[in-house]
Design a protein. Sequence first.
Length: 423
Amino acid sequence: MRVFFCQESRWQVYGQVIGCSRRGGRGCPNGIINRIVARYYRYPRQQGGRKAVAEVYKGLLSVQNVGLCKTRVGEAVELLLAGTLQQKGNVMTAEFSSLHGKKVMITGGLGFIGSNLAHRCLELGAEVTIYDCLDPRSGGNLYNIEQIKDSVEILYHNILSFEQLSQHVVRKDFIFNCAASTSHPFSMREPWIDLDVNSRGVINLLEAIRRFNQAVKFVHIGTSTQLGRLNYEPADENHSEFPTDIYSANKSVSEKFVLIYANTYQMKTTVIRLSNVYGPRASIHSPEFTFNNYFIGLAFQGKEITVFGDGKQLRNTIHVDDAVEALILSALSDKTDKETFFAAGDQHYSVAQIAEETVKCIGSGKVTYVDWPKSRKSIEIGNAIISNQKIKKILNWRPRYDLQSGLIKTKEYYETCLTHYLR
Ligand SMILES: NC(=O)c1ccc[n+]([C@@H]2O[C@H](COP(=O)([O-])OP(=O)(O)OC[C@H]3O[C@@H](n4cnc5c(N)ncnc54)[C@H](O)[C@@H]3O)[C@@H](O)[C@H]2O)c1
């Protein structure tokens, strides 16, 4: 604890943590740490004092080699002081550590979000089962689990099989439903398939859980496009739902199934609504899925990114690590039972901005602007401004990435394995 009684060595410690060589108090570049020291060190008695700072110091030492950026160190410090010790991101929080040793089943675990979730749950010490039929019309990709394939159980089954689900929901502590027919345009071409997977499949899961494992915590993923055109901004969880495509309509109704089962049978179920998730392990090769991932794929190939109209409509985007963190936090808290949350990014960007920033961060590609095609105009919803206040308040969840830092991290991933994603 010597460090807290000597100005020079204190900054030395902070300097190491944030990767800066300057040691003088005034020179410390991290405003958050400065603030915290002012709050907790200079006024030790009033603020809980040196003991709190000592905790911070211990925590900082444990995170110092993980290459955190300055703001993440700041957040880590805040978390440590708030008593939710340990790590976030590369760093584990106390809440997250309770996943250790738990049995987790992820339907759709070969897909974009499900596979990222599987990686994270494994890192946190969970026993992971992936339940996925590798539907060729969805974004599943075996390469998504290449590094963890020997550490997870993989069941190649369909959520349309009630028998298989009934067998496999037993003895699980957590079930995340990431299986879905995930293409908006496909749902308009093949509405029956979308209805089956996105509505009937969810009933299968809920009914299997009700009959064979009512104690499990079930987390279902919804989508912000359930709302359709917004009546007010930012839209929150009480906003009405008038979806403009079949996929979003089925996501809307299946969310209600989840809440009906929660209320009627006292099941522990939660819905996390996401929007425009991007990052590693996505279907960047196809316009059928999330537009921002497709932009990333086009940029990597040095191709044109086509933006309809002026591209001024605002969108919420979220890096997949932030989405995964929201899913896990919601699973670990009782406060989320019977509730729906938007896990949305803090900032909103226009489609044009997203396209331009993608080209800039990936370092290739070009943005062009064309008139709206009729088929797309009819399902376009205008600005989609979403509030993340509820999840922030109840779960203390915070998105970690803005668009630029998220794209840079995404680029690092695809650079090592692009051929597996550009089929
Ligand atoms: N990606 C986004 O931006 C976004 C936004 C909002 C909501 N969501 C929701 O998040 C969840 C995951 O989406 P994603 O982007 O990872 O999709 P994805 O297409 O990458 O993954 C879906 C996975 O589900 C599997 N699957 C499809 N039908 C199945 C079935 N009948 N039985 C078993 N497995 C089946 C697929 O094989 C695939 O691996 C979905 O519920 C989606 O609606 C995604």
